[in-house]
Ligand binder design. Structure first.
Ligand code: PEP
Length: 247
């Protein structure tokens, strides 16, 4: 699974350029689930621009709110389902940091979409927590939001160390593999159906380093921010993933 998180970037002209760069470079296979999460105001535009022959490309939302109604500026779970979004990214560290989201908000969001569309739950430690060897404790706490929820295979976890997002720094592939195994074990022991979710790595993935991560046993794909804004580069990362997984 390879997901593009465009965050608060893009424009109508960027989307047409992106789609044409992506289409020229993407080698279509029956490969992984591919998702694009544009800013919600552009979802319809991306849907209209993606050539119908690119059947494996799915649109998702970057977030949803905890509820609908008197919530100025918000996008609700009903709205993203109405648009046919195939996934939603929940609990991104930027939401936790800039919008002060806590575990109970994140759990409410997840409950709105669990089993209706894919939940991509982001977890990850800060640099300080990493230095203090608290990574596993932090992840365990963040993963409490899914306790006793029945996802029926609609849960994906993205391991995104906060210190790796947009910085060019990453954990070693070995480290990432170990943490992904840990996440799978924690989720299996806490969800109602003992789910073993796909676990994506996110944080400064690009076309030069992606191969190193994709080769690891417990890395099931990537969530990509900066590098996904370039249609050529995003297509190349998917091609790299397919090259490794078709061997
Ligand atoms: C992200 O914020 O989800 C992310 C992975 O960003 P980047 O790839 O730019 O580090």
């Amino acid at each position: 699974m390879i997901i593009a998180n465009w965050k608060c970037n893009g424009s109508k002209s960027m989307i047409s350029e992106w789609v044409s760069d992506f289409s020229v470079n993407y080698i279509e296979t029956n490969g992984p689930f591919i998702g694009i999460a544009p800013p919600s105001i552009y979802i319809e535009n991306v849907l209209a621009n993606i050539p119908t022959k690119l059947t494996g490309v799915n649109i998702g939302s970057q977030d949803i709110d905890t509820s609908s109604g008197a919530r100025t500026g918000a996008v609700s779970s009903e709205m993203i389902l109405d648009y046919g979004c195939k996934f939603s990214i929940i609990g991104h560290s930027e939401r936790r940091q800039f919008y002060n989201e806590r575990n109970d908000d994140i759990r409410r969001k997840i409950l709105n979409i669990a089993n209706k569309t894919l939940t991509i739950l982001c977890v990850g430690e800060t640099e300080e927590e990493n230095k203090n060897d608290l990574t596993k404790d932090v992840l365990k706490k963040q993963l409490e939001v899914i306790e006793e929820i029945d996802f029926n295979d609609s849960l994906v976890i993205a391991y995104e160390p906060v210190w790796a997002i947009g910085t060019g720094n990453t954990p070693t592939p070995d480290n990432i593999n170990e943490i992904h195994k840990f996440i799978k074990d924690v989720v299996q022991s806490t969800t109602r159906n003992s789910e073993i979710p796909l676990v994506l790595y996110g944080g400064s993935v690009n076309e030069d380093n992606a191969e190193n991560f994709f080769k690891e046993e417990f890395v099931d794909g990537a969530l990509i921010g900066g590098a996904s804004l370039n249609g050529r580069q995003f297509a190349n990362i998917i091609n790299i993933y397919n090259g490794i997984n078709s061997k």
